[in-house]
Ligand binder design. Structure first.
Ligand code: GLU
Length: 546
């Protein structure tokens, strides 16, 4: 067979060659050790929480090493494309602090950055493979392939187009020419081995020529060893658009990717990728495969699912009011086993300072736990200043709770004061982690949100209101509660009260509990003295008397 002639017949219009493309996209001029990584989503507009993992790792690897992180849109499956999807992905990721050095919106020297615009590149390499006898057109119909599959099932042999099953592998030039002339549609397949269909047929249809195992070291998974590929996989679909596998090899080579961080569902087809890089003469990137996020359900564990779990979509976190830092921080706790220890030792350090190591990644699926997310969030919010909380909380409320927004922004200085209680210091308060929870916590500071509760001792509250002096210090305030309490039958000393409870109505703690209930409507609240200071004399007296 004259393969060169075949390649000209299949791709008469393709003038680019591997050489011309190599010249157009020279190796990137980066310092030693700089990593080039990418995020390669389909343009669905939806960013899955699970996708933020490889994306975060890729971004860190590039930024940490002074490399390049780019966005490549994998739009070869047009059924998945959504109008405005690319813009939405870029906007969502930017909310989460992820930005790209190159991509469809800003361009760069290694584009185009979406696969449909790169079809001529794939065809140049396809033509080259055909001319070297390494790829061939396959005219099998869907029905023929389904038939083949049921035969394979009946014979209990491996599925796929290989060995003697690969009936188009040895078509003659004339037969191919004839089919093309009649307008038959075809896909382009890789010739995975040179074993011919007839030879294989005389041996056994199911025993292709397998070479020795291939292996690679994945920092997250350890050493992986697999048999080499023996399947004549599809490289170009019948519309000339590449499959993921072929596009992966061509794009990551031409775009200079050094590290591919992707889901571990791709490990199964790694042998094909290994073979493609070899046949195309490309240097293989390093692979880091990440396990999917898991979730407990019933007694067992399952993958986090887009269909069942709203927390799968990044947009859900914004709606619930999780600060961006929480999500970033939580991802780090799931990604690197030593992150939490590091965070405890460096409570105020920026996330960028964390020495990320792909080797410390969770090889099995990390468990996604909303309770844990809430805890992380409480820590994150507790480390913010009152002003930062004010800015983020009001931005959230403006979008998701306009009535609350009105309360919060009526007197910004007042709201900042309410948010200042218990901040700073070594043990900051952790009252809420989500902006959605803040309303309940802050409600008693705003008359329209306040729900009064009847205190056990209204007479004491009334008496206290009569003499309330907001001018004193915390100590003076407490002394006055004790003194007045004693006159109303509350023992000023809690210990003493415990030894003689019969002599008293209660202790000073019960006296304050009455005040607390009258002023805040709750049994638990932040420091009552500070709360009263912020509420102001008039409101405090009004509530105590009511
Ligand atoms: N488009 C592929 C996916 O979303 C990209 C995988 C890769 O990063 O290579 O799974």
């Amino acid at each position: 067979m004259d393969y060169h002639k075949l390649s000209e017949m299949l791709y008469p219009k393709v003038t680019e060659t591997p050489e011309s493309l190599e010249a157009r996209f020279p190796r990137r001029n980066l310092p030693e050790g700089a990593k080039v990584t990418r995020f390669a989503p389909s343009p669905t507009g939806f960013v899955h929480m699970g996708a933020l993992f490889p994306c975060t790792v890729s971004s860190i690897l590039a930024k940490e090493s002074g490399g390049v992180f780019y966005l490549r849109i994998e739009d070869t499956d047009d059924k998945r494309a959504v109008e405005g999807g690319v813009e939405e992905i870029i906007a969502t990721l930017s909310d989460y602090g992820i930005s790209f050095d190159e991509g469809p919106s800003q361009g760069g020297g290694y584009g185009p950055y979406s696969q449909r615009a790169r079809v001529e590149f794939y065809h140049a390499y396809a033509k080259n493979l055909v001319s070297r006898g390494l790829a061939y057109p396959c005219f099998c119909s869907e029905e023929e392939l389904t038939h083949m599959r049921s035969d394979q099932e009946a014979q209990k042999t491996n599925y796929g187009y290989y060995g003697g099953w690969a009936i188009c592998r040895d078509l003659s030039f004339d037969s191919i020419a004839e089919r093309l002339l009649s307008g038959a549609s075809y896909v382009l397949r890789l010739r995975a081995s040179h074993e011919s269909g007839q030879d294989a047929g005389t041996k056994s249809k199911s025993e292709p020529d397998i070479g020795s195992n291939i292996m690679f070291d994945d920092p997250a998974k350890g050493r992986i060893e697999m048999p080499p590929n023996d399947i004549d996989h599809v490289l170009l679909k019948s519309d000339g658009v590449p499959t993921y596998h072929f596009a992966h090899a061509v794009d990551d080579h031409l775009m200079g990717t050094t590290h591919v961080v992707r889901g571990d569902e791709w490990i199964a087809t790694y042998p094909l990728h290994h073979m493609l890089f070899d046949l195309l003469g490309f240097k293989r990137p390093k692979y880091i495969h990440l396990a999917p996020l898991m979730k407990t359900d019933g007694g067992g564990k399952r993958k986090l699912s887009k269909r069942k779990d709203p927390e799968c979509a990044l947009s859900w976190y914004a709606g619930q009011g999780y600060p961006v830092q929480t999500v970033q921080e939580y991802i780090m706790t799931l990604l690197n086993s030593n992150f939490e220890d590091w965070r405890r030792a460096n409570p105020t350090a920026g996330l960028r300072d964390f020495p990320f190591s792909p080797k410390k990644m969770n090889a099995a699926g990390a468990l996604f736990d909303l309770q844990k997310l809430d805890d992380v969030s409480k820590n994150v919010v507790s480390r913010m200043t009152a002003e930062e909380v004010y800015t983020e909380l009001t931005a959230w409320a403006e979008r998701f709770d306009p009535a609350f927004f009105t309360c919060l922004t009526r007197d910004p200085a007042y709201t900042v004061k309410t948010l200042s209680i218990g901040r700073g210091g070594n043990k900051p308060r952790k009252d809420f982690g989500r902006w959605g929870e803040a309303k309940e916590y802050l409600s008693f500071f705003f008359d329209e949100l306040f729900t009064p509760a009847a205190p056990p001792d209204p007479a004491f509250c009334k008496a206290y209101a009569e003499g309330y002096d907001p001018g004193g210090s915390q100590e003076e305030w407490f002394a006055s509660v004790k003194a007045l309490g004693e006159r109303h039958g509350y023992c000023p000393d809690v210990k003493q009260y415990k030894s003689d409870p019969a002599d008293w109505k209660g202790s000073v703690a019960d006296a304050s509990a009455s005040l607390r209930l009258a002023v805040t409507g709750r049994e638990n609240s932040p420091d009552l003295y500070q709360v009263m200071q912020i509420l102001g004399q008039e409101r405090v007296i009004g509530r105590l008397k009511a």
